[in-house]
Design a protein around this ligand. Structure first.
Ligand code: ZN
Length: 333
């Protein structure tokens, strides 16, 4: 089964989905790859009609790809999350950070963040900014630490090797881990922020093939950036965060409302960075919209749209929203 129907809103569960006037469609890099790999016709994607939820105002394709196919899309067809990897490669090779304008300044000037969590993709948000604060900035150190972490993790891959090459790899792993620990200790500053990455292993997200040089992004995040990896499906509500960042990942899970509620209930502040483009592309099941904020208001969530305050150059229509269940948002710009 290639497609399935999504008659309820994927975010709030409402059946009040009305057909959108905007049924714009043109192929892009992603839909072309899906079309080729699944052997679909050029017009196949036109079956997906855009609907708007009249309760929470997200927009959603219906029908859309089945769960089985969405696994293939995010793990085979484009299993490597290019932007996630470009962010970490650019940072450790050249010291360039993901572009979020003045977001970090705005956060550090207004919030006291000691416990920080992000959702699903490790290199899309502020984790690299935090690394920059925790370690002395030095490009040779950056290159070495990245290299040691990748080599340590890939030398742990010994399947199919005979005894001698396997032993060589095991020694390599030991040496790279030792070097990694030494270099971290040498360049470490006193900053102390506890970082976690909450993952839910959704089939709408990059998982098992989100690899670079055969190393998975989450394994690298854990070893290189000292991030605790936590499974949403096993977690207990005992974690308290100062800030919970969701960077282009709330539209990449089948349980977005549960994730957002978890974040709102367990963090003083939640930052949502998401697409808010009225043209819903066909590789996405759903997208948030500007009107989604009126749903936040309706559910008594305090929020502030800071998109225009961070002086970022936008390439597509996106929003940055700070929200909280507990605190009114008083942000000094
Ligand atoms: Zn809805």
């Amino acid at each position: 089964m290639i497609t399935q129907r999504y008659n309820n809103c994927i975010f709030c569960g409402s059946q009040k989905l009305s057909l959108s006037k905007n049924q714009y469609f043109s192929h892009n890099f992603y839909t072309k790859s899906i079309k080729e790999d699944l052997g679909l016709s050029d017009t196949f994607f036109k079956k997906f009609k855009v609907h708007e939820c009249q309760n929470c105002f997200i927009i959603q394709n219906n029908p859309w790809f089945s769960q089985d196919i969405s696994f293939k899309i995010f793990n085979q067809i484009y299993g490597q999350h290019n932007r996630n990897w470009s962010n970490v490669i650019n940072f450790f090779r050249e010291g360039r950070k993901p572009e979020h304008g003045k977001l970090l300044n705005l956060i550090t000037n207004n919030l006291n963040v000691k416990e920080y969590c992000e959702f699903n993709a490790p290199f899309m948000g502020l984790m690299l900014d935090l690394f920059e604060r925790e370690y002395t900035k030095n490009l040779i150190f950056y290159k070495n630490i990245f290299n040691y972490a990748l080599k340590y993790l890939s030398s742990r891959q010994v399947s199919g090797l005979k005894k001698t090459p396997r032993n060589i790899k095991q020694n390599e792993a030991k040496n790279y881990l030792k070097k990694l620990k030494q270099i971290k200790k040498k360049y470490r500053k006193k900053e102390n922020i506890n970082k976690s990455l909450l993952i839910d292993n959704s089939y709408l997200s990059w998982l098992y093939n989100d690899n670079y040089k055969s190393v998975n992004s989450r394994a690298l995040a854990s070893e290189l950036l000292d991030i605790k990896i936590k499974d949403f499906n096993l977690i207990q509500n005992t974690n308290k965060y100062d800030l919970f960042g969701i960077f282009h990942t709330l539209d990449h899970t089948h349980q977005p409302k549960k994730i957002l509620n978890y974040a709102l209930n367990n963090s003083q502040y939640v930052l949502i960075y998401c697409h808010t483009d009225e043209n819903l592309e066909k590789q996405h099941l759903f997208s948030f919209t500007d009107k989604f904020m009126s749903y936040l208001r309706k559910t008594n969530v305090h929020y502030k749209d800071i998109t225009l305050n961070i002086n970022k150059t936008f390439k597509s229509k996106e929003s940055y929203i700070i929200c909280s269940k507990f605190n009114k948002i008083r942000i000094k710009i």
